[in-house]
Design a binder for this molecule. Structure first.
Ligand code: GLY
Ligand code: MN
Ligand code: MN
Length: 455
């Protein structure tokens, strides 16, 4: 399938949802704004994921408007793209713009207009649409624009024109679609994960005591960009020694010291899709006894979670499986005291493990690193009670990332101080289980040691 058809199919699928819900309506989805970093300098531009999902269009200053008209039995959809007009002067400075003249053919969209006529056109497009699908409570600016458009439609009331009387959250519909990745998306995610895996290998092989965290970050970035990735999917974490126990640490200037661990959580973004990999390795290439013990517990927890990552299980089952192994390991190593807690079950129920493992094992992965989609079942039947955790299905993508973080404390054996370990892989759920797309980088302790030795 060519790319244009892909986006048309997605718009059509969204139109079908709108038709099913309200018999028709209008959907408005804008892309992300550009953001100033400081004087005359902007943050690297990143499109809005929902907008890109429906258009494949990466320029700023664009809005998609979809008109879904139904006759009770069937529906039709016509899409309008509002984009930056051609402007020779601006294009000399900022780069080529597609422009509304070329947009319909290039993007396979029915109509395109300059974004300068967005206000006027939206007044027309919103007229006599009962249901409008927008991002609810998105921003003050979006609210202001909506008020402005609504005012224009209300201004036509005496001509018999009515504004929409219902507003719905368009994100809920798009995010449900995005939760299930199509073949095209999974292909990109496999390639993104392969690049990130190579970057982790490169960083492990470059690592030597005395280097700084930012130098390993540079190795990661080299592999990302040299492989064609446009960006990081999130700020890279390169955490040496005690920094490995800080969950959202950034690569800093700490020296990487022999005898300590280095935790790297880094993934590239490729063609709009994230990868998310964590590996933890000894700075000098050889795990100490206590490091190895906790590493193997974490890996066993990940294996247990992987075993539960299959269709029909709930989103929480991999987490519960990991939790059991981690907590048993903490009891075995006397980091949690069986004499105080009584049993493994009690250690889990009371949350005693949270001192050493304070995050969940998984999240959705896709265009966004913490991707969209409800973690609970969304059916109406359960609307009045607590909704059950989401059932895993083929073509969902999740991370599996157990960890252990041991900060210094009087009641903790000093041998374990400052050991922070996380092992994270990306899993595409398939018909029988899951495919780990990030295993291009070794994960077993022996294999990591061998890799570093042969550097
Ligand atoms: N890198 C972010 C996360 O693992 O959730
Ligand atoms: Mn993650
Ligand atoms: Mn991560």
């Amino acid at each position: 399938m060519n790319k244009i058809n892909l986006y048309q199919l997605r718009r059509n699928a969204l139109a079908k949802e709108i038709f099913t819900k309200t018999g028709g309506g209008i959907a408005i989805i804008s892309t992300a704004p550009e953001m100033a970093r400081n004087r005359d300098s902007e943050f690297p531009y990143r499109h809005d994921s929902d907008f890109f999902y429906l258009t494949g269009f990466e320029e700023p200053g664009a809005t998609l408007v979809m008109q879904v008209s139904g006759n009770g039995k069937d529906y039709d959809v016509q899409s309008h793209l509002f984009c930056r007009p051609k402007d020779l002067e601006r294009e000399i400075w900022d780069g080529i713009r597609l422009g509304p003249e070329a947009a319909p053919k290039t993007l396979g969209i029915e109509f395109a207009h300059s974004n300068q006529v967005l206000d006027q056109k939206l007044g027309e497009l919103l007229a006599d649409q009962d249901a409008a699908y927008i991002r609810l409570a998105e921003s003050a600016e979006a609210d202001r624009l909506l008020r402005h458009w609504m005012k224009q439609v209300r201004g036509q009331a005496r001509s018999g024109v009515n504004p929409p009387s219902e507003f719905h959250d368009v994100e809920a519909l798009i995010h449900e679609m995005r939760l299930f990745k199509d073949v095209h998306e999974i292909d990109i995610m496999r390639r993104a994960a392969a690049i990130s895996a190579r970057a982790h290998i490169r960083a492990m092989q470059a690592c030597k005591p005395g280097m700084r965290e930012y130098q390993l970050e540079a190795e990661l970035l080299h592999e990302f960009r040299n492989s064609g990735s446009q960006s990081v999917a999130y700020n890279s974490i390169v955490a040496g020694g005690e920094n490995s126990c800080i969950l959202h640490y950034r690569a800093g200037s700490t020296e990487l010291r022999s005898g300590e661990l280095c935790l790297i959580d880094a993934g590239c973004e490729l063609d709009g899709y994230a990868s998310d990999i964590t590996r933890t390795f000894p700075v000098n290439g050889k795990f100490t006894g206590p490091q190895r013990t906790l590493y193997d517990i974490t890996l066993a927890a990940q294996e247990a979670a992987i075993g539960m990552t299959k269709p029909g299980n709930t989103f929480m089952q991999p987490h519960e499986a990991a939790l059991k192994v981690l907590t048993q390991g903490l009891l075995d190593e006397k980091l949690l005291k069986l004499s105080e807690l009584g049993s493994l079950e009690n250690a889990i129920e009371t949350g005693a493990y949270r001192r050493f493992y304070m995050h969940r094992t998984s999240h959705w992965l896709g265009m966004d690193v913490h991707d969209v989609g409800s973690y609970r079942e969304t059916t109406q039947a359960q609307a009045s009670t607590e909704k059950p955790w989401r059932i895993l299905k083929s073509s969902m993508v999740i991370t599996i990332e157990p960890g252990l973080y041991i900060r210094p404390a009087d009641d903790i054996d000093e041998a374990f101080w400052n050991i922070g370990i996380r092992i994270e892989d990306d899993a595409v759920i398939n018909d029988s289980g899951c495919e780990l797309i990030s295993r291009g980088v070794p994960v077993k302790a022996d294999e990591i040691e061998a890799l570093m030795k042969n550097a």
